[in-house]
Every structure is written in structure tokens, then in C-alpha cells.
Write a protein that binds this ligand. Sequence first.
Ligand code: 2HG
Ligand code: ZN
Length: 457
Amino acid sequence: MTVHQLKKKLTSLLGQDNVLASREDLLCYAYDATKRVHVPEIVVFPGSVQEVSGIFRIASQARTPVVPRGAGSGMTGGALALQGGIVLAMNRFDQILEIDEDNLVAVVQPAVITGRLQRVVQEKGLFYPPDPASLDFSTLGGNIAENSGGLRAVKYGVTKDYVLGLEVVLPSGEVIQTGSKCVKDVVGYNLTQLLVGSEGTLGVVTRAILKLLPLPEAKQTLSAVFPDIHGAGRTVSEIIRRKVIPATIEFLDKNALWCVEHYLQLGLPESAGAFLLIEVDGDPAILEKEIRQVQSICEANQALKIEVAQDEKDQERLWKARRSVSASMAHYGAFKKINEDVVVPRASIPEFIKNVQEISRRFDVPVINFGHAGDGNIHVNVLVMKPEDEPRCHEAVEEIFARTVELGGRISGEHGIGVSKRDYIAKNLEPGVLELMKAIKKSFDPHNILNPNKMFP
Ligand code: 2HG
Ligand code: ZN
């Protein structure tokens, strides 16, 4: 089928306003947060599950790739049309369909912005915990596809822990329902959890049933400045060992602090060696005890300065700083950055950081470390200062992966594999497991039309 014939069929299904094919329109759907550019042939905006199904029937017949897209904020290329074809832009699925206070669930469409759901349920005294740093612009559908993590994962887990059921359109056009509003459900294989984190390679989510919690009564945020990264690393390990479970334990190294201060001018101690941001939440009576415990652990590890945020405005200032690290790194002046989201068992963080620093020195490449120290998920950003440094930087990344695996870690904790880490997946998965995964892909998508060439080398 030619592109012209395909466009004609899609236009008669969706109407002219919901099909784009001009070069300037296509370019707007050609990128994501990886900064790679792959221009699709057509972009479509379905408005109902029947239309999504119809698009797949047409694409199956034409054997044309279909790439689902939410906000395009993914960090590993999940929304990129590597082989052209159709971009399935889910923008019109932006309704919160139900907040069921009796069953503590929300039923949502996939293009709802994560932060919006959080604000809406908060007004009812409820809580949707998953909070990727992108929560003000990424969508729930994208979060489900990538099984997004975030800052609160230490205590509350990640997206998968809140998805109870899904409505999904398969590449054949068939519409399936998985899971339910029930808290317990062991009927058959757990397809819901297979689909969460499948990076848009098995099906397209058109509706999700999400678990909610009661909103914690109070929270307190503490920040601590350390002379070097090791004191901060030891503090994190000790907090965990002492069985305090804060909602978040985030850390920024010297370079990350410098970037964010230059970006936002919030008055952070930019010359410090490392910075920890810790939030505890729950019953106010217990919070006091927990925050004092955290404070004394910071002191015992030679923190230079410890501050407890005095009010909500102060708390928000600190969290804004943390959520802006990713965007602020542009201020470092690198030609390019290779951002990773490796995860190691929590107790190995100090050793892992030591390894990264040694690799950075040996390969003579600047590195910015920050991230979710409480769950061992560190964003190691290797900076390519000039184009000719790139091969050396990739060698450094290879070594970082090798150390990660030696410490019992995984090469991705929350951004997924997509196209960026496709060639490294075998570092964590043995051949038999990879084959099993490919067989699953094949049974969902026999003609390989849904988001082809992602995840597997
Ligand atoms: C974060 O935690 C995001 O801020 C982005 O996962 C991380 O840009 C990055 O490396
Ligand atoms: Zn992150």
C-alpha cells in the first residue's frame, strides 16, 4: 500500500483533522527526550478505542509500523518512528473517567498528565504515589508503557505497583481487558503486569484502572550538605540499615548542584561535594521521630549543614530543584550527554560511586551523578564535551555497565531499553530469557508492526 493509499484509508476512518502528513507537521512528532529524530510518514489522532482498533486493522493489512506516542518525553526512544510508518498520537484520550472513592481506584485514559491525576485525587484526600521527575508533562500511558519510577519509589514503589487493570488494543486490532478493580486477582497469567513496562511493543493502552492510597497526613523535607559524595553514600546506606523508610532519598553530586543552581538560582550550596534531599511522610507524631533519626545519621556522617524545610513553599523549592536537574544539565556546556539510569542493590551505592569516579578519571570524561539514592537508581550522565570524545565516552559507559552488573545491578531502573540500550540488554538477560521474550512479542504481534526494532538487538 502506498503512503497516499494509507492516508486515504486513515482519513476516511478518522476524518481529515485527525490525520497529519505534511513535512512540517510530521517533524513535530519525530523526536523525544533522546534528541534523536525519526520522521514518521503519517500521524493519527484517534478519539475512541474503535478508532485505535481500526488503525491497527489498516496497518496490519499494509504491514506498516505503528508507534504509539504520549507526551514524547521518554528517555530511550520508545516513541520514535525508527522505520517511519504511523505515529499513533494518543492526545485525545485525556479524560479522568472515574475516581471511585469506595474502592480507592481511579479509571483514566492514557493521555492524562500524571501530575494532573495527583492533584485531582489529592482534593479528595487520596494519593497516586508514582512521581517520575517528568510528572508535570509526562502522561500516565507513557508511565505505564515504561513502568516509570520516580522519587517516591523508596517507600511507595513504581508505576507497576498501582496498575490493577488495563484496556489494550493489540496489533491485530483486537481489544482486550486485563485485571479488574479487585485488589486480589489470580485468574490466569498476569497480563496486566506483562503489559506494564512493555515499552509500547505489545499493545496500546486505551484505559487503565489505577490503585489509590489515602493521602499521607503530613510530610517533612530535610536537606543535608556533605563535603564529598562518600559521606552522602554512607548516610543513605545507614538510613536503610536503621529501617527508616523515607518517602524519598535523593542525591545530587557537586556537578549536578552546580548545574541546577546556575539554572534556577535557588540559593543551593553549589560548592558542596554532595547534597541529600530526604522526605518522610505519614502520621505527624511518627514523622518527628523519623526526621530526628535521619538528622542524627547525617551528623554522624559529617554533614556540613542540615536543614529541615520550614513550610510547604520551602519544600516545593527543594523538590523543584531536584526535578530540574535533568533539564539544567544543558548549562554544563557539553556537546552531548549520555544519560543512564543504572540501579544497584542499595548497600552497594558507595562502592558504585567510587567505581564511577575512578572510570571518569581514567577515561578523562566529566560525569554528573544524581538520582534516587534510596532505591539504588543512579543517573550517571557521561558528558561528551566535544565530538571527538564520543568513542571514549561510550567506552566509559560500557565500563559503568560492567561494574553495575558485577555489583548485582541492572542497566536500567526506570527509563527502559527502547533504542538507547537495545545493544546492551544481554548484559542483564541470558539467551534463553531473551528468546522467551521475543516469543512473547511474536505472539502479541506476529507481523512485527507495533513499535518494531525496539528493546531487542
Ligand atoms: C530524573 O530522575 C529523571 O530526573 C531524568 O529520571 C534523569 O536526565 C536524567 O538522567
Ligand atoms: Zn529518575
